[in-house]
Design a protein around this ligand. Structure first.
Ligand code: 7OP
Ligand code: ZN
Length: 760
């Protein structure tokens, strides 16, 4: 068929063409159209340069009948094409130009596709039906003069597009969507790869550049990270090789070269001809012998700022990096920035952890220096340590002379058979005890004496309630129970958990995300001591026993957070009331948690004198925290505010809501401890009397603490109870067993928010 002889408006040939185009992919549609145009215009080569509205690019997929291996993309603003387009839009007219005026690079590319040597090239505008955009058909033709070419060819082409434009646009759109889909998939695959390498930054950077090179088909790649302090760029990957380890570090100034320009401007630079670019520095090529043709250089940024620059050199399957490459680079740089930042943060965290561990070791090492004679002194103490009633519930461990407390800890271990059963070296145990003692600060309440008294209560329970056995505790659980009590408040600073969080202390930043900030710290400190040379009292345990011991230690110490007690108290109560199943691991854990709370609050089970003394210490500590909070400009809670707290009221509440229910439960399980419930009730009665005495002593300028410490108060209390009951120990009337613990006898006012205003 020689179409040249057809009439322009011959519908037959156009209909034939249309029929031929049905359901073909975009490239084949263009191929047929080009062939048709070549036929009807007699052009050597015809090709379409559709305009993509979204990206303002032109893209060439097919030249004549040849489908390009890789599409050719360039901006609409591009030199010669733009010139023709401009005229076409303005005048809606074709334009023929001398072939020599065609962009040299495009011409070079066309020559590699088809062997042509026509004298003119003709740009024919195709009007989009709605948008004011134009597609271009370019024909390379041999004509004597331009007007003839314009006149003869334009009609054929424009006539044809009346029918084919719709179809062409649809297939183009389809093609573009498919391309975007592949691009997204590629980027997703890359980001997955990158995020798997966050652990090692240099590994990550190498991978990043390898991927960038692959995506754009570049010959070489380099990556620079911004050093803000030095105001320069540090090469992390240079020509695909990771620098810094074997290769010397390379730095370029921020106000120098292409990379520097991109880093400061934040804009991507696509340089087609490196040697003619004013910013290009030839020096490196001259040394290495590498010839840089073109460069795609783009910034890499995190959420806020530019953190580096990536540079790709020499497009391998094309003349230069095109708009498509720019697009990939832009999307890629975002993934890049995020993964680099994450990797750096990850590294920082690891470094901080390592530093933390190191400083702990260092601290422990320096503590050791003073201890060796002390260990011997403890082991060689001449005292017989046989204080009366040491193993009775009514015994007050706080009355043991301070200097003998470590000796009595040794005694508890020995007495419970732990030293023999677990083959604990006496020097190891002595050193361990002294380290633990040293780990406590001298807070008014949370100090070594508190630890000692809590451990003593564990000793009382293990011994008098015969906990070791099938029912409640294994030998290991008993050992760890005692150790946990000893360690449970190590390095307490006299401030509570909510203080840590509110003030953003170091401990809060370490642990606040998991809750129980202080308790986690006590545990960490305990672990530190166990890991210290010559301190590991668990060293003879099998590895299974050892890891069980650490697990138990963790559960026990974390259970001493009262917030945890309030979360679990209902469960614990239910276990006791409905019957305890000894083989249920969870129930046993709950029971152990409850035992820990009992030990921690055991001061309340001692005589009035003792329990009042500890209350003094507790409020001393609470009020100090309150003062501290005031000085920092925040209002303390009432309980910690020496101006507002009503100590007797708080004590009555604390006993009623927390201590009594707890020990009532214990007494249900172990009737032997009913005596403790009675002591607690007695103490509560005294606090009620103290409340009325407080009102009497209350004047302007006196605080609750002043009254509590006033010796006249003690005298009045003595007087009141001696006349009331005539009781020799100064304790009030005995409430005989009328209130045994049972599920429905639990005080209804038991309410964690009331007792612990700041717990959550
Ligand atoms: N007796 C006590 C504590 C008052 C043995 C602690 C609290 C919660 C609610 C009062 C309150 C205090 C707290 C122990 C003993 C020790 C209890 C944690 C406290 N008499 N307090 N108290 N506690 O946070 F109403 F401070 F470690
Ligand atoms: Zn404690």
């Amino acid at each position: 068929m020689n179409s040249l002889h057809l009439e322009v408006s011959d519908p037959g040939s156009i209909l034939l063409l249309l029929q031929d185009l049905a359901d073909l992919p975009c490239t084949l549609v263009q191929q047929k159209l080009n062939k048709y145009f070549q036929n009807v215009t007699g052009a050597k080569v015809a090709f379409l340069a559709p305009i993509l509205f979204e990206t303002e690019e032109m893209v060439i997929h097919v030249v004549g009948e040849k489908i390009l291996d890789r599409e050719l993309r360039f901006p609409v603003s591009w030199q010669v094409i733009n010139h023709a387009l401009h005229r076409a839009v303005k005048q809606r007219k074709s334009m023929a130009q001398n072939i020599t005026e065609l962009d040299q690079e495009l011409l070079q590319h066309l020559r590699s596709v088809v062997d042509v040597a026509p004298n003119l090239f003709l740009s024919i505008p195709i009007q989009h039906p709605i948008k004011d955009h134009i597609a271009l058909v370019v024909c390379l033709v041999d004509y004597e003069n331009k007007e003839d070419a314009e006149h003869n060819c334009t009609k054929f082409v424009q006539e044809c597009f009346r029918y084919c434009l719709g179809l062409l646009l649809s297939t183009l759109r389809c093609q573009e969507e498919a391309r975007l889909k592949i691009q997204c998939q590629n980027l997703l695959a890359v980001s997955r790869k990158l995020f798997m390498r966050l652990g090692d930054l240099s590994d990550l950077l190498r991978e990043i550049m390898a991927e960038a090179r692959k995506l754009t088909n570049a010959e070489r790649c380099s990556l620079f990270l911004l050093d803000l302090e030095q105001q320069d760029l540090v090469a992390k990957v240079f020509d695909g090789v990771v620098t810094g380890k074997t290769v010397k570090e390379m730095r370029i100034s921020l106000n120098q070269g292409i990379a520097g320009h991109v880093a400061t401007s934040g804009k991507l630079l696509n340089i087609r001809n490196a040697y003619s670019h004013p910013l290009f520095y030839r020096g490196i090529d001259d040394v290495t012998g590498f010839k840089t043709r073109n460069i795609l250089c783009f910034p890499i940024r995190d959420e806020e700022r530019i953190i580096g620059v990536a540079q790709l050199c020499n497009k391998m399957d094309g003349l230069y990096f095109d708009v498509f490459d720019e697009e990939v680079a832009t999307a890629f740089s975002i993934y890049c920035g995020i993964s680099i930042m994450h990797s750096i943060v990850y590294k920082k965290i690891q470094d901080a952890q390592a530093r933390n561990k190191l400083s702990n070791e260092l601290m422990m090492y320096h503590m050791q220096q003073v201890e060796d004679e002390a260990v011997q002194a403890l082991l060689n103490c001449r005292d017989d340590h046989n204080i009366k009633d040491f193993d009775q519930f009514h015994f007050s461990p706080r009355n043991i002379p301070y200097r003998h407390m470590p000796c009595y800890v040794l005694k508890m271990f020995r007495d419970l058979g732990f030293i023999d059963h677990w083959k604990i070296k006496r020097t190891t145990l002595a050193r361990f005890i002294l380290y633990v003692k040293k780990g406590y600060r001298d807070a008014p309440y949370h100090n070594w004496v508190h630890a000692f008294s809590v451990a003593h209560f564990a000793y009382l329970m293990i011994k008098n309630l015969e906990l070791i056995g099938d029912l409640y505790m294994s030998h290991l659980q008993a050992l760890v129970f005692l150790v946990s009590c000893l360690c449970h408040d190590i390095d307490h600073r006299g401030t509570n958990n909510s203080f840590q969080t509110k003030c953003g202390t170091v401990l809060a930043s370490l642990y606040s995300s998991e809750g129980s900030v202080m308790e986690r710290h006590h545990l960490a400190q305990s672990m530190c001591i166990l890991n210290t040379e010559g301190c590991n009292i668990f060293e003879s345990l099998t590895s299974e026993e050892y890891s069980e011991a650490l697990d138990l230690l963790r559960n026990n110490i974390l259970a001493t957070d009262l917030a945890s007690h309030f979360r679990n108290v209902d469960k614990q109560q239910a276990i006791i009331c409905r019957g305890y199943a000894k083989d249920n691991l969870d129930q046993r854990k709950q029971l152990h948690a409850m035992f820990m709370t009992c030990c921690d609050l055991s001061d309340q089970t001692k005589t009035w004198k003792v329990s009042k003394k500890t209350a003094e210490q507790i409020y001393d500590e609470f009020f100090s925290q309150g003062d501290l909070e005031k000085s920092m400009g925040t209002a303390p809670i009432e309980m910690m505010d020496r101006e507002r707290a009503s100590i007797p009221d708080l004590q009555v509440q604390f006993i009623t809501n927390l201590v009594l229910p707890l020990f009532t439960n214990l007494a249900t399980l172990f009737p032997l401890t009913e005596q403790l419930v009675n002591v607690i009730k007695d103490n509560r009665e005294v606090w009620k009397v103290v409340k009325s005495l407080f009102q009497k002593y209350s004047q302007k300028g006196t605080t609750g603490m002043d009254i509590l410490l006033d010796p006249r108060l003690d005298e009045e209390i003595d007087k009141t109870f001696n006349s009331l009951a005539g009781n020799s120990e100064g304790s009030p009337e005995q409430e005989t067993s009328e209130q045994k613990a049972s599920c429905d006898c639990r005080p209804s006012e038991m309410n964690s928010t009331e007792v612990m205003p700041e717990s959550n």
